[in-house]
Design a binder for this molecule. Sequence first.
Ligand code: GSH
Length: 249
Amino acid sequence: MLKIYGVPNSQPVRAVVWVCLMKRLPFEFVMTSQNKAAKAPEYLASVNPRGTIPAIDDEGVVLWESHAILIYLCEKHGWQDLWPDALVARAKVNQYLHFHHRNTREIVVQWSRALWPSVFGVQQPDAGWIKRNTFPGMENNAQIVAQALQIVDNMLADTDFLSGDHLTIADIVAYEELGQNQARFANCTDYRPYPHIRAWLQNMGELPYHDEAHAIWSLIGDVNHVQGGMATIAAANKEAARVFAQASA
Ligand SMILES: N[C@@H](CCC(=O)N[C@@H](CS)C(=O)NCC(=O)O)C(=O)O
């Protein structure tokens, strides 16, 4: 059976999990913390030399990097709705996937900078604390995020989804970043200036297995006010992984 390594609190891990749930592809979720288990010598040697999550082991096919994993699964199982076969349609999805890494993905900094001081009870973290304890991001992160949000909003102005009129893996990977930060979940990004993103977030939230793939969001709640420190995060990950397993069965 397909093994997925990761934790539910990871955006790219959830992208892989959500697609597997939507497509009813059974998997075993192997809880793998990014700081410890993913840095263990055996994981580095036999799963992912980069020490990141997600990674998969599909009956001996070991892969890391979420977009490569998603494309592999789509091609293996013929999920042409999520990863279109037609040249131009596929190129449009690919365009977003490349853009995502150093653009939309940078919004994780807003989440990380709100979450970790709250978890560790640090009231006004200085630049050194932020640097040591939160997602590094790029130096001009704020500018990149503002630009990325505007580009994504414009992409959604004329079509319901990022690459046209139906869902693809471009929407899935984008949603893991943008969906997480919504007011009703982590509450760390203001989407009021982006009407098309807001409508798309609403639609994405109604897709099959949304709640099962994203149980962690409600379990942690508003990241500016996490009660109970790391124990809360650990318990939320454990419970969300149980939800994955139950939904996958
Ligand atoms: N580009 C990678 C990003 C993976 C990634 O950044 N994963 C984080 C967890 S969300 C991680 O493992 N971080 C640990 C590290 O960078 O050492 C992908 O899409 O899979």
